[in-house]
Structures are given as C-alpha cells and as structure tokens.
Write a protein that binds this ligand. Structure first.
Ligand code: ADP
Length: 650
C-alpha cells in the first residue's frame, strides 16, 4: 500500500511545475541562453517587457535587444559564467520591439546539468526605467533650474532672511551694470540691496506677512548712476519646517515702458486740460454773448413797436449801440485769445521804445481818466529804453491795464505809470499802480481766467472779463512776464517785464562802413521820392536815418496799407518799401493793388519783413516784388539796392 506522501519522482515533477509557474508569472524577463548565446527559453515577462513573442526569440542571440551604438556585453557574461566566474548584477539599456529604450537591471546565473557542469545561463532582466527616472529627477531638476537661472532675461536674486543678497544671475548683473555677480553682491548700495531699510521696509513686511509680493515697481539707479525702473516679484522659500529660509526675487527692466507711460500720461493730461479749457471757454463765451444780444434784440423790438417817446427812442438806440460795441469787443478779444492759444496770432517782434508805447496807450485812456477825475502820474526815466515786442499788441496790453486801473479805482484816485530795470538782467519792467480797492488773495489767480469779473458785473462797471486773460497771454507770447502786487484797501500794481534790446539807432551805428556822410557833403544823387508803408514807428525812424546817407530822397510814409496805396497813386514815388504785416490790409494785398493799377504798376516795390518764409519770398517775387529784405535792416544792403533801382551818384 502506498503511504500518503508522494514519491520522489512525483516531488521532482511538482517542484518543476511550480518553478515553471513562478517563471511564467514573474514580471521580470527570465531568459535562458545556451552557452553559444542562443536563447533557449523566453517567459511571458520577457514577452511583455520586450514585446517579442517567445516563438520569435527562441534560437536567436540576445544581441538583438542591444540598442545600436551600445556594446553587447552578453558574450562576456556567458564566457565568465562558463569559466565559473561570479557575475555581479549590472545595469544596461535594451530596446523593445517597438524601438523604445528601457533601463534594465540584469542578474545572470549559471544553469547546470545534474553533473554540475555549466550548460547555459539564466538571466533575469528587470525594467528599472521608472526607478532611474526617479533617481535622476533631482539632478535633472537642478540642471534645468540652473539653465534658467543663467540664461533667462529676467534678473533673479536670492536674499537671506536678514535681507542680505547671496546670489544674482547674469541677467541681473547686466541689468544693473555690474561686471560680475560677486561685484554686485559686494556693493552694499546696489538697487536691490538693504531690503530691510527705509522705503523697502513696507515691501519686506508684506513679504513676511503674505509670503510673496507680486508686481511691485521700484525706481533706483544702476551702478553708473543712470536711472532705472524695475518691476519685480519676491517669494519666500521655506525650509522643511516651514520657516522662511531664503527670499527669491525676479526683476525686469521697465524703464522704457515707464518713460513712454509718463509721456503718454502727460500728453493725455495736457489734451484733457486743453479740451476742458476750450469747452469752458466756449460755454462761458456763449453765455457772455447772450447778455448784449438780449439788450440789442429787446431794445430793437421796443423800437419796432413804435410806442416809445422820442427820448426813449434815443435811449434805446444808445443802449443798442453800447451793447453792440460790447459784443464786438467780446468777439475781438475771444478771437485774439483763441488765436494765441492755437498759435495763429502773428507777432511782429521789433525793438519798441517804451516811451512811445506808453504814450499811445495814455492818449487813448486820457478821456476816461479825466471823466472820473483820476490823475495819471508818470515816472518814466527809462522811457528811451527799447524792449523786444509787437508794438500794437503792447499798446493793447497797457491799454487794458490802464483801463482797469481807471475803472476799478476810487473817484479822484490816482494811477502811476513807472518803469525800472528789473531784477532779471537785461529786462525792463513797466508798472501800472492804482489806488483802487485791491484784490483779495483768493481771487488773484481767477482774475486772469477768461470771463472772470469777480463780481464787477454787478457793480455797473463795463467789461468783458477777457482783458487780463488776453493781456497775460499776449505778454507771454512776446517772451515777457506779468506780475501782480496788491494790498486790500491800498491798491494794486500790475507789472510787465520784457527783454531789453538795442534801439534802432544803435543797430544802425553798427552797420555803416564807409559811404557818404549824412551831412550832405557826399556825392550828388538824382532826386527821387520813396514811399515807405510801415506801421512800426521805430522802423520808420530807422529808414529816415538810412536815407540820410542818400541825399536827394524825399521819404513819405504810410502806417496803413490802404493809405499807402492812395499815396502811391497820388505821389507816384520812384520806389515803394513795403512792410508785410499791416493793421488794415496785408502787404501782399497792397502789392497786388499797386501791380494792378496802371498808375502804380511800374513802381518798383521792395518788401521789408521780419520773417522770410521760403514760400513767401518766392511768391512775392513772382507777384512782382523787386526784392525781399528781412529785418533788422542792413543799411549797406538798402543803400546798394537803392543805387540799383534809383541810380547812383552823377
Ligand atoms: P474786465 O473786462 O472785467 O475789466 P479783466 O480781465 O480786465 O476784465 O479783469 C478781470 C476782473 O479783475 C475785473 O472784472 C475786476 O473784477 C478785476 N480787476 C481787474 N483789474 C483790477 C484792478 N486794477 N483793481 C481791482 N480789480 C481789478
């Protein structure tokens, strides 16, 4: 009878099939090789790992798993085992049937016959690709981060918890103008240094509180002192316990961006301001125009109804005329202000004798002052000085100031006009002082704004509220300044300061060289008449002086274009000297009229102008002008020209 335990043969067969089952179930590739390298067995693990079915591999060498370019170590392994050497586990790379390279760890052991003789080799290959990747990851990450640190465009730096810089990348070093990171770190004054001091304190507190500060902007200087704006982000890096270990910052240079932002903001602000001013100006202007228009229409309708007495009719017409004049003044002054603001108003800046300008303005204001019993005192010891200005416009400014000094003065008050060399070298100041009520400090700026009358509209004193605004702009446009000093109850002083220039006589003294003496002892010239059409008195005086060097010339002058044309027809001069900027019609129009009239068409015309725009010069020469001379005059050129046009001495 058999016992319950299996016999030896059965046991051996059981062990064999258990072994086969383990081999089949293993995830590792278990491969048996004959000593000549041919594969004898290829388990399911090998099939899964390499993708080759067992049938495709039996009898073939394992070298087909070795990637091209890598040495095949298997022959040496087989050789070693055949020679009873111990072969250590080794790592290598194999290729799968789809060409993917995998990291494998291989253990090789001898396969022996029952006699103990080595008849083959069993290799167990384990796919360690993933494990390798995990092992390599930290190095790889470090390498990647270092590449970024070294090559990024952003400046990167690290500071300790004490705020001390410990590392800086090449971009940051370049950005701030240093030669090396060491040099940057060693400089205690670098832009991003001293994080815990003064103005950066707030940044630091936020960083400690919130763990990061994003997109902060900071202005500072590079190493060479030039200004730089940076935008940056700082984050706290914590150790394993969660305490802050280092702080990492990244910065970008945004200087260019900041500059264009500032420029854009300034332009927008400027445009907004100009727009607001224009809108305000227009709305106030339309309001101001309504008042006189209402009077004109109202009194007009009353007259139309025909029920007014003759006295009332006269009063109504007076009121209409008064409102009409007011309307005209409003329009003229508004147009002037708009003209200056848009750069349309042309100025003829010439040497202007201050005494002459003041006199012109005084002549016009005299009657109004007399009417109110206001005395005007002059203290003009500098009256002979010349300033650079547009004569007509300067008269307009003084007229405004004098008119205010009279209008806003007390009955029988006083206005003083004085003149002194000002503190700013090379400038002259003219002061208009009144004994009026003075101007409250809070109103002093407002009074220079268009249409601001500061309550004067209720007092019955006539005005537009434009005079001071216009005067200020005119003075500025002529390169001067305007100031106000005033004390409540005492009076006000408005002053105007303009650059002093040499008078025309000085200009002339510099130019003549040789030539005939102006005492008539020189050579005899044919007698002739010259007409000079010019609205600037100083220029007329200069011309008189010039012509003293050419005896025999009778100079007649006209300060307006129309009068000039009339005089030309009447006197038929041998030569017309023509200014371009005249009060009534332009010099160009005068030339056209002269050329178009049979009695004046043949008179040579020479243009004398303060500005010679290339297009203008050509145009006027085309239109028939003989020459175009620019001011200030060069005496020799004028005399030479006269010799050509009028003939030389006999
Ligand atoms: P207006 O046409 O009203 O005179 P201005 O622009 O010349 O306009 O002056 C603006 C305002 O400033 C005046 O309405 C007046 O209230 C005040 N003002 C001007 N000049 C004087 C002055 N010399 N004394 C006191 N107030 C003055």
């Amino acid at each position: 009878m058999r016992s319950g335990s299996p016999d030896i043969t059965e046991q051996a067969s059981l062990a064999k099939s258990q072994l086969a089952a383990i081999v089949e179930a293993s995830d590792d590739a278990i491969i048996t090789h004959a000593l000549n390298g041919a594969i004898v067995s290829w388990n399911s693990g090998a099939e899964r790992m390499y993708g080759y079915p067992s049938g495709a591999m039996i009898g073939r060498p394992i070298s087909i798993l070795v990637p091209p370019g890598l040495p095949d170590v298997m022959p040496d392994v087989l050789q070693g085992i055949a020679n009873a050497q111990r072969v250590e586990r080794f790592d290598t790379v194999h290729t799968t049937s789809t060409g993917i390279e995998i990291d494998v760890s291989i253990t090789a052991s001898p396969l022996r016959a029952p006699s103990g003789k080595v008849i083959g080799v069993t290799t167990i290959a384990r796919d360690v690709t993933q494990r390798r990747a995990v092992e390599l990851a930290p190095h790889e990450t470090e390498r990647k981060y270092r590449t970024i640190f070294e090559n990024t465009r952003e400046g990167i730096f690290y500071v300790t918890a004490d705020g001390e810089t410990v590392a800086a990348n090449p971009a940051l070093v370049r950005l701030l103008g240093y030669d090396s990171a060491e040099e940057y770190i060693a400089d205690p004054d670098h832009l991003l240094g001293s994080w815990k001091t003064s103005e950066r304190q707030e940044l630091w507190s936020r960083l400690e509180g919130e763990g990061e500060v994003r997109d902060f902007e900071m202005e500072g200087r590079r190493r060479d002192g030039t200004k730089i704006w940076v935008s940056g982000t700082m984050v706290v890096l914590r150790d394993a316990n969660g305490s802050p270990s280092t702080y990492q910052g990244t910065v970008l240079d945004i200087t260019g961006q900041k500059r264009s932002e500032t420029l854009r903001r300034r332009e927008t602000d400027e445009a907004d301001r100009a727009n607001r001013a224009k809108t305000e100006f227009l709305s106030r202007m339309s309001h101001e125009l309504r008042t006189p228009l209402t009077a004109i229409l109202g009194f007009g309708q009353l007259l139309q109804m025909g029920r007014l007495s003759s006295v009332q009719q006269i009063e109504s017409v007076d009121n209409i005329l008064k409102a009409g004049r007011h309307l005209l003044q409003l329009i003229n002054e508004s147009v002037d202000i708009a003209g200056i603001e848009e750069g349309r108003m042309a100025f003829s800046l010439e040497p202007v004798r201050i005494g002459d300008v003041v006199k012109d303005a005084l002549d016009l204001i005299g009657p109004a002052a007399e009417q109110r019993g206001i005395e005007i005192r002059l203290s003009l010891d500098q009256a002979d000085r010349y300033v650079k200005a547009d004569r007509q416009r300067l008269v307009q400014v003084f007229l405004n100031l004098l008119s205010n000094a009279v209008k806003y003065n007390k009955e029988h008050g006083m206005v003083t006009l004085s003149c002194r060399e000002s503190k700013v070298k090379g400038t002259l100041t003219v002061l208009v002082t009144d004994t009026g009520p003075g101007i409250a400090p809070e109103l002093r700026d407002r009074m220079f704004k268009p249409f601001e009358r500061l309550g004067a509209e209720k007092s019955g004193v006539e005005g537009t509220g434009l005079g001071l605004a216009l005067s200020l702009q005119l003075v500025r446009a002529m390169g001067g300044t305007m100031a106000l000093e005033t004390e409540m109850g005492e009076g006000s002083t408005f002053s105007i300061t303009l650059p002093i220039v040499n008078g025309p006589a000085v200009q002339l003294a510099e130019s003549p060289s040789g030539g005939a003496a102006p005492d008539g002892s020189g050579p005899a010239y044919p007698p002739c008449t010259v007409l000079y059409i010019e609205d600037n008195l100083a220029n007329l005086e200069v011309m008189e002086l010039v012509l003293a060097y050419r005896p025999g010339v009778k100079l007649i002058s006209a300060m307006q274009g129309r009068l000039g044309f009339a005089l030309a027809k009447e006197h038929h001069p041998e030569l017309v000297l023509l200014d371009m900027r005249l009060a009534d019609i332009s010099g160009r129009e005068v030339l056209k009229r002269l050329q178009g009239h049979p009695s004046t068409a043949d008179i040579p015309v020479v243009i004398l102008s303060a500005e010679a725009l290339p297009g203008d010069v050509d145009d006027l020469l085309q239109a028939g002008a003989r020459a175009y001379l620019t001011k200030p005059f060069h005496m020799e050129v004028i005399l030479q020209l006269m010799e050509e046009l009028l003939g030389g001495p006999s």
